[in-house]
Ligand binder design. Structure first.
Ligand code: ZN
Length: 244
């Protein structure tokens, strides 16, 4: 499948900790992970100028998009947000990672604030699987331990998820609905809280397996549909007089 990786490059990624966590860059780490799983991945960098390298052709051939953003939510071109949201409604799958809980396409799709509590203290997170039958959690056991992560806690301003797969627990005591599936139109999206840019979370084998399984789960099972619209269906219409 074709995957687009929207990933910003921010100053924190150029810190010694950021470079130690992802010498190749966080976005490139995600792209390589997807390529290693046999998919085509195109990295679309984001910065204070917005998204770079976006074309309609790339989006129109995408089965799934990943989105990782923190500092530059407001820099993303509104036209790109409109197009991405529209394609999700028509069937494209999407993963929103970590601080993308405040990304504008995520907020558009869920319709709520996305607010949560947070603390950056390098705490251990244990992600408890609350749906062992879910394909995203296949083969990953009862829980996934992340040695150091940014704490994200409830209350989390999301609608009740259509499918709750993981709840994250942090050593400071907080919990978060950290692995959630939402269905929007013909599309599915998955929010996943781990992935602060100065901790090498996306290098952990269990997290990598989860991300690939999530990508494959939200991928459309039939071709993404054309433009959405309201269509009059004669065959079900109660007002037979309108038929010729
Ligand atoms: Zn963070």
């Amino acid at each position: 499948m074709n995957v687009l990786v929207f990933c910003e490059h921010n100053p924190s990624m150029d810190s010694p900790e950021g470079k130690a966590a992802y010498p190749e860059g966080l976005g490139e780490c995600l792209a390589q992970l997807l390529r290693g799983a046999g998919h085509t991945a195109t990295l679309l960098p984001m910065d204070e100028q917005g998204v770079h390298g976006f074309t309609d052709e790339l989006l129109n051939s995408a089965d799934v998009a990943f989105w990782w953003a923190h500092c530059y939510h407001d820099a993303v071109q509104s036209e790109i947000i409109d197009k991405v949201v529209d394609r999700v409604h028509r069937g494209m799958g999407m993963l929103f990672l970590h601080s993308s809980h405040l990304a504008r396409p995520f907020l558009r799709l869920i319709g709520t604030t996305g607010f949560l509590t947070w603390r950056e203290a390098g705490e251990r997170e244990r992600l408890w699987c609350v749906d062992p039958t879910h394909p995203i959690a296949a083969g990953l056991g009862d829980f996934i331990d992340i040695p150091q992560e940014e704490m994200y806690g409830e209350p989390f301003g999301i609608p009740a998820p259509d499918e709750l797969v993981y709840i994250g627990w942090f050593e400071g005591g907080e919990v978060l609905r950290g692995g959630c599936v939402f269905k929007r139109g013909r599309g599915k999206l998955f929010y996943f809280n781990p992935g602060h840019e100065t901790y090498p979370t996306y290098k952990l084998p269990a997290v990598r397996k989860l991300l690939v399984q999530a990508c494959e789960y939200v991928a459309p099972k039939q071709p993404v549909s054309g433009p959405l619209g309201c269509s009059h269906r004669d065959d079900f219409c109660i007002d037979r007089s309108v038929k010729k």
